[in-house]
Design a protein around this ligand. Sequence first.
Ligand SMILES: N[C@@H](CCC(=O)N[C@@H](CS)C(=O)NCC(=O)O)C(=O)O
Length: 282
Amino acid sequence: MLELLSEHVCFGGVQRFYRHTSQSTGLPMRFGVFLPPAAHKADAQVPALFFLAGLTCTEETFMIKAGAQRAAAEAGMALITPDTSPRGAGIEGESEHWDFGVGAGFYLDASEQPWASHYRMESYIHELQQLVVKELPIHPRRIGISGHSMGGHGALTLALRRPDIFRSVSAFAPIAAPSRCPWGIKAFSGYLGEDRRKWAAHDASLLMEQEQTPFPDGILIDQGLGDKFLTEQLYPEEFEAACINARQPIQLRRHAGYDHGYYFIASFIDDHIRFHARNLAG
Ligand SMILES: N[C@@H](CCC(=O)N[C@@H](CS)C(=O)NCC(=O)O)C(=O)O
């Protein structure tokens, strides 16, 4: 059951925000949807791009800051923006850190208490995918996924774990080797415990080592070279090397001067929308 929170006409399509009760997290969750003009036609089923945002963000951040709606309207593509964590779980200290807990769900299902009951963001994204396909004019199999930073980690890992659902994948400045960076180590220790075998199932570079070209149309990653988190937290070169070993086509574009923020994302989002539109056309 979807509760419409707001609706705005945008580039001939419509920007909406919804709330619903999630079985996966056991809590009310919010998400954003942009439907392009092509979705207004009778019996329309448009392709959709899930965009997973990064640490401290909400379902609104990408919709407000990336300026993606113009290209999505032109490409006839829906945009779906989930929140970045459950909210209101009532776990002591869940809002104390900006890189763990609220706003930092890392798109995985926690196995450790007190997080395991509500912090189930991987299951939630799958629940949301099924919900939007059922309730909105979205094609059930033409679904792509992208994301930024923690959301780039989410996009790469969810796509690698379920390439049958997410048929096209890209990322901006992803946390590409979380098992070896401070953000990833903190999140994986807290949500998954200390057994590093569990971590490997949620680490894009380690997952890619076990793969054989899951995305023959390629993976697109953009990375700003002025990104203050690049050296300590992101490691896109590790994911690139794993792709080359697995014969997975990858385009890792390195952009001089661009930082980690949404001015960088806004500069290249149109390329990502067109990349996914091409991959999901068939
Ligand atoms: N609060 C952090 C930064 C958090 C941050 O940069 N978040 C990124 C994702 S990892 C983001 O998209 N923030 C929202 C924005 O830039 O509008 C700091 O103090 O360095």
